[in-house]
Structures are given as C-alpha cells and as structure tokens.
Design a protein around this ligand. Structure first.
Ligand SMILES: Cc1ncc(COP(=O)(O)O)c(C=O)c1O
Length: 541
C-alpha cells in the first residue's frame, strides 16, 4: 500500500515518539504491576475493620461491578468477615442467622470442623492433581456417591459447578441417544452456560443471549400431558428439577416424578434429574427423587456437595449410559474437575451428612418450620400468599414483590439472611444449614412475625404496563365480532388487527346488504376496541 507524503511524515513522527517512549511506557506498566499489593482481609483487630469494609465497597464498585453501590441500601454495605455453624458475621461483629444457606451450599453448616480438617490435611499432601497418575481422592468420592445415589447410578464425572454438571449431563444424553432435542420446564433454572441456559426456562436470562442451542422445548412444570405431547422421535432427554428451586420452590403434585419416569421409559427418552439444589439431604432425603423412589438415567449434583468449603459439581449415570464415554474418556473433561481438595471436602461432607443424620433432620426441622409458617400465613393473609416446600427447601411467597423486598431488608437489619428466588420475585427462599435448631427456627419466625405486624399498609406492586396483551385483546375481540356478524370463521379478517378493520369491512360488504348494519357495527366495535381492551386490562389488574 502506498502512503501519501503527509501520512509518511506522521508515521515517522509516531514511530519516533513510540520508540522513545516505549521504555517509559513499559516501565510505567511494569511499575503499575509491581506496586499492586495484596490487601489481606484478615483479623487485625477492630481498628482495621472500617478499612476492610471501605476497601471492600470501593473495590467491588470499581472492579467487580458498579452495581455493588446498591448494596449500600438494603444490606447497607455490610461486609462479610467470618462464619461458623448457622451464622455469618460482618466486620462490625453483627451476627446473621443464615436462612439463605449461600443459595443452598451450607447443608452441613458453615465451616464444619470435619470438612475443614480434611481440607487442611489435604493441603499438606496434594492440592491439585498431576492429571497423569490415578487420582485416589476422586475415585474414593465416586465410590461414596455410587453407594448413596439412587438405583444403579454408578459412575461420576467431577466438575466445578452446577452449570457444568448440567452441561455435561446434556452432552452425555446426546451422545448416548444420538438424538439432539431436550425437553425442559418453564421457570426451570439449570445454569448459565449456553447449553444449561438453553434448558433454563426464564426469558430474562435467555433473551439477551439468543439464539441459544436448537432443539430445546419448555413445558409447564408438573404437567405430564404437556410433557407427553412434547416428546418426539428426536427427543434425547427430559431434564427436570424434582422441586423447582429458583423458579420459586415449586413442589409438583405427588406422583408427578414417578409419572415422568414411566413416560420417559416408555418413550425411550433419558431422564436427567438436576439435584444441584435439592440434593445432599436438603429436602429430607439424600436426594429429592428418593421421596418417590425414582431412579433417573443421569443425575446432576453441586452446591452442598462441597460442604460449603470447596466448589465441586458432578454428573452421574449408570454403567449402561456411561458406556458411551468409555472409548474416549477425555471426550468431556475439566482440568480442575475432581481435584483432591474439592474431592476431599465432598467425601468428608458425605460422611457428616450420614453420621449426623442430616437428611432426616432436615425433614423434622422442615416440618416445624412449615407448621410455624402456615400459622403465620393464617394470621397474615394480606401479607403471605403461600408457604411451600419440602424439608428445609422452603419458599415463602408474599402478596407483592414490594412487600417481599421490605420484609427481606428488615429481616437483614434484624439479623436474618434470606433472599428472593431467581425466577420468582415475590418469593423468598428459606434454605438454612440442615443443622439449624428448633429455637433458631423460632427466632426466625418470631422476627418475621414482628416485622409483619408492623407492616399494616401492605405495599402493592406497580401494575406492569404492557402493550402486547392489549393488542391480543383487540385481535380476539375483532375475531369474535367478525365471526358473529359475518357468520364465518374470521381467520383472514383477524390476521392483522389494524388492517383487520379494512378487511372486516371488505368481507362484510361482499355479503348481502342486510349485513351492512353488522359491518358498521363491526367497524365501530373494532374502533372502540382499544378502549374496551384497556378497560378490560385495567379490570384484570
Ligand atoms: C437446580 C440448579 N441447577 C443448576 C444451577 C447452577 O449452579 P451453579 O450456580 O453452581 O452453576 C443451580 C443454581 O442455582 C440450580 O439451582
């Protein structure tokens, strides 16, 4: 390419400046790197707590996401500092009863001594594995999981999160069946990578990233007929949460899971159960599918598997399904998956769950929690819509999102942690460590009650103004009126609501003149339809 003389001159100046400044620029960058110091968030006494809190907020806003400025309201910029058992503490030493459980990771409690001891010992032996020699920690954990997993589930693949567990399960289902389509449920939450997100059933997570993977359908959760209808010859698998967690703690009716199992077997389709949130004792049995004696083809685990100490996920299946991974075991792999630290934490966690009978404890404490919540619901019907759940996976749905926010914030101020579910804004999730005691549950309920008793003016949500439903109403109205007036299916006339007015006229005028009155009527109605639909919509709200 030939440059003009002007360009040449500029080029020469630029390169000279660059050459001269290169050392300076390089040194500046280098210096910037070397001046970055580690800020130890350790206990150096109360005089440092303010500094820790200030730095946490500043760095969060500047280097994680400016959204963190919002944390100033609600949780008022409280900064996590230590934890243990069922409690979390901030830098001011304020104690919070953890009824959120880190979204379901603290089943054995915060920093269970047995899990901590196992990981500490592991740190002194091998942290991350060589990838070459046999990994005894992963193999041991897989054998432990096989012993507690439902039915003939025998093999495990270890990864680092729930999303990865789901991703692997979807791939395994495709590989095993040679088919590509997956049926999931509306409002389901399976994670955020492209495959798991394709299975996730909520638009606000999905839409910004579309197009997602082809071949994913979502049917209403709990609707066996819709599921049956959706299965076709290309269906590889059905993926389900036994209880929808992020969907708002939705418990399907008794027998649903069993029917899904029968149906999938009959149709030759795999059943993937996503027990990332419901597993490890949370619902009162080791796995939620144990309540109905259902054995899935593939099961996904994560969250509480790492004992609230290490991140770890897994997908598991029977020997029959696993066969397709035999020819090339690294066809699906993960560098950190199955690392000794995480596996040791998970092994200790399983031991704790069994030794302390935590699944059974979750059932007993869950019943107590639910009984007290039902009492509150009866006392505060204007506040509480529903309390639902199983074991210590409980959803408390308020009558409005605004009220949920207010109650959640106030609970925080009074030392109780809860949070909304991802797909249902009116619902708070209650999923404390399974070691929670009856008196701690009573403290939570009493605090909640005192808050509810103070909210006499129950906040309502702003009605959502949407245009689409209104358009739909017009369309419906035009269709109905045309049918009445012309006595003909109004398919064509109602195809496009706005143009519909013209086509309505046309169709009607083609009929006998006696219909001309009807024609005028139709047009008038079509014109007044927007008002009617607005009125109707208002009424519906
Ligand atoms: C049922 C279910 N599956 C998958 C996931 C994704 O797990 P992770 O956040 O560890 O990727 C979640 C997370 O909430 C979940 O509840």
């Amino acid at each position: 390419m030939r440059l003009s003389p002007g360009c040449h001159a500029l080029n020469t100046v630029a390169s000279t400046v660059l050459r001269h400044n290169f050392r300076k620029v390089f040194m500046a960058l280098y210096q910037k790197d070397t001046t970055v110091k580690r800020f130890p968030v350790v206990d150096r006494g109360p005089s440092h707590y303010e500094e820790i809190a200030g730095r946490a907020l500043e760095n969060s806003i500047n280097h994680l996401n400016p959204y963190f400025a919002n944390k100033l309201c609600g949780s008022e910029g409280a900064v996590e500092f230590r934890d243990g058992g069922v409690y979390t503490y901030d830098t001011h030493g304020k104690r919070y009863l953890d009824c959120l459980g880190g979204y379901g990771i603290f089943n054995v409690g915060h920093r269970h001594p047995k899990v901590i001891a196992a990981v500490k010992a592991q740190l002194d032996q091998v942290c991350l594995h060589s990838q070459d020699l046999l990994n005894p920690w992963a193999a041991h954990l897989a054998s432990q999981l096989a012993a507690i997993a439902p039915g003939d589930i025998q093999y495990a693949f270890f990864c680092n999160s729930g999303t990865e567990a789901v991703e692997g399960a979807l791939k395994l289902a495709r590989l095993y069946t040679g088919k590509t389509e997956i049926i999931s449920t509306r409002n389901a939450y399976h994670g955020v990578s492209m495959g798991a997100l394709s299975a996730t059933g909520r638009d606000c997570f999905r839409k910004p990233f579309e197009p997602l993977l082809n071949g994913f359908t979502h049917v209403p959760f709990g609707d066996i007929k819709a599921l049956e209808k959706a299965i076709n010859k290309n269906t590889a698998a059905v993926i389900l949460e036994p209880i929808q967690g992020e969907g708002g703690i939705n418990v399907p009716s008794e027998g649903y899971l069993r029917k899904v199992r029968q149906l999938t077997k009959k149709k030759g389709v795999l059943l993937i159960l996503d027990e990332v949130q419901t597993g490890m004792g949370r619902t009162g049995r080791m796995f939620a599918c144990d309540h109905e004696g259902v054995v899935p083809d593939i099961i996904c685990l994560a969250k509480a598997l790492g004992g609230g100490v290490m991140p770890i996920g897994a997908f598991m299946a029977s020997a029959k399904v696993w066969k397709v991974l035999e020819p090339n075991p690294s066809i699906h792999n993960s560098t950190f998956g199955g690392n000794p630290l995480a596996c040791t934490a998970a092994s200790a966690t399983i031991e704790v769950l069994m030794e302390e009978h935590l699944p059974a404890r979750a059932a007993v404490m869950g019943n107590h929690f639910m009984r007290r919540l039902q009492e509150l619901k009866a006392k505060y019907p204007k506040h509480i819509m529903e309390a639902r759940g199983r074991g210590l996976l409980i959803g408390l749905e308020f009558t409005s999102q605004a009220l949920r926010c207010e109650v959640q914030t106030e609970l925080f101020h009074r030392g109780v942690l809860v949070a909304a579910t991802m797909n249902s804004n009116r619902t708070i999730r209650i999923e404390p460590p399974l070691i929670i005691t009856e008196s701690q549950i009573n403290f939570m309920i009493d605090t909640l009650e005192s808050i509810l008793s103070e909210i006499t003016d129950v906040p309502q949500d702003e009605p959502e103004v949407t245009v689409k439903p209104v358009k739909k109403l017009v369309k419906k109205l035009v269709k109905k009126t045309v049918k009445k007036a012309v006595g003909k299916p109004a398919k064509k006339a109602a195809k496009k609501p706005v143009k519909g007015k013209a086509s309505v006229k046309k169709t009607a005028s083609k009929k006998s003149s006696s219909k001309s009155k009807a024609k005028t009527k139709v047009s008038a109605k079509a014109k007044s339809a927007p008002k009617a639909k607005a009125k109707k919509a208002k009424k519906a709200k």
